[in-house]
Design a protein around this ligand. Structure first.
Ligand code: CLF
Ligand code: SF4
Length: 321
């Protein structure tokens, strides 16, 4: 492995033009896109197949979402109707994501929902976030329904460390605890990420930084992501709840230092907002939490912006004619 700055020495992952456009319009994958393009999260996936020690299951999945928040679960049909309404009013939303409230791969509704959305809105980017336990066996379905950006949460690649983070997993009808469960999950995560990258998905890895548990290990994860040609890594701070309620969350400075150490290996995401599983709008402007009045205002501004853009296109066309 190159020693100094591997990113400059390797070919960074290459994507065809359609995927490059999707990255450029994805508020999480491209920092510049966050002020221009939005995402809608569809909370259709309530069940989870693992138990992380920082998770309280009345709330959304903390591996992707804001801790302590509960989203209302929708049926696939309700999710389609919500998308229809929101995309019409706010066409700057380009990404439809499923990120919980549990693990999307542990819920068939995830695939039903993506199928409905793809049929009606083929131009939207479909995005998903998972703990990766079922990734190898579900990859075919993920590709079939048209997901193009995939997040896998990897908090450790050493089973001894992972066993401190995840209490147990439920896998093919059996419960596995400790290192045994950790080995299964890590194997599936890494195999799944490798296969997903080979299948041209644009892969992001989320890692929850847990001081005293995985802080010194995260650099090893970054090196592995470099090998696997993962596109971007999102190091998220622990929010102490559940069995980890007594742990200290990392300081901003600690997180920054680790991000800097990982940066030579894999692109770092620094603008994550730890969204709710039902968030929509721009990353910094979750419209699910806004008053009706504010939403209306954004709707009017959006329409005005579109009109302005149309007029300017017409005028430019005349000038160029
Ligand atoms: Fe949602 Fe996640 Fe897709 Fe983005 S969020 S499923 S990749 S569309 Fe983005 Fe929100 Fe951070 Fe997630 S800011 S919590 S990284
Ligand atoms: Fe909770 Fe998400 Fe972990 Fe499942 S994967 S236990 S929902 S944090």
């Amino acid at each position: 492995m190159p020693e100094d700055n591997p990113i400059n020495e390797i070919d960074s992952p290459k994507f065809e033009e359609g995927l490059l456009r999707k990255i450029a319009e994805h508020p999480c994958y491209d920092r510049k896109a966050q002020h221009k393009y939005g995402r809608i999260h569809l909370a259709v996936a309530p069940s989870c197949n693992i138990q992380c020690n920082f998770c309280v299951r009345e709330f959304d999945c903390v591996n992707e979402s804001r801790p302590g928040v509960t989203s209302k679960v929708l049926t696939p049909q309700e999710a389609l109707e919500k998308t229809r309404q929101i995309i019409t009013d706010y066409p700057f939303i380009k990404v439809v994501g499923i990120a919980g409230p549990g693990d999307p791969l542990a819920n068939d509704e995830t695939f039903e929902t993506f199928e409905l959305i793809k049929k009606e809105f083929p131009e939207l980017t479909l995005c998903m976030s998972t703990n990766g336990l079922l990734l190898p066996e579900k990859l075919e379905d993920i590709l079939r329904v048209g997901v193009s950006t995939l997040t896998v949460t990897i908090n450790a690649i050493d089973p001894e460390i992972q066993a401190k983070i995840v209490d147990h997993i439920m896998y093919h009808g059996k419960i596995y605890r400790g290192v045994e469960g950790a080995e299964i999950q890590i194997k599936n995560q890494l195999e799944g990420v490798k296969a997903a990258v080979e299948a041209d998905l644009v892969v992001k890895v989320n890692t929850v930084l847990i001081p005293g548990i995985n802080d010194k290990h995260i650099i090893e994860i970054a090196r592995k992501l470099y090998e696997l040609r993962v596109y971007i890594m999102n190091i998220m701070p622990l929010i102490n709840q559940g069995a980890f309620a007594n742990l200290e969350p990392p300081t901003a400075e600690e997180r920054k230092t680790i991000q800097q150490a990982c940066e030579p290996y894999v692109l770092q995401m620094r603008h994550c907002r730890q969204c709710r599983a039902d968030a929509y709008g721009l990353l910094g402007q979750d419209m699910s939490q806004m008053s009706e009045e504010r939403r209306k205002l954004i709707k009017i501004q959006t329409k005005e912006d579109i009109e302005k853009a149309r007029t300017s296109l017409k005028e430019n066309g005349k000038q160029n004619a």
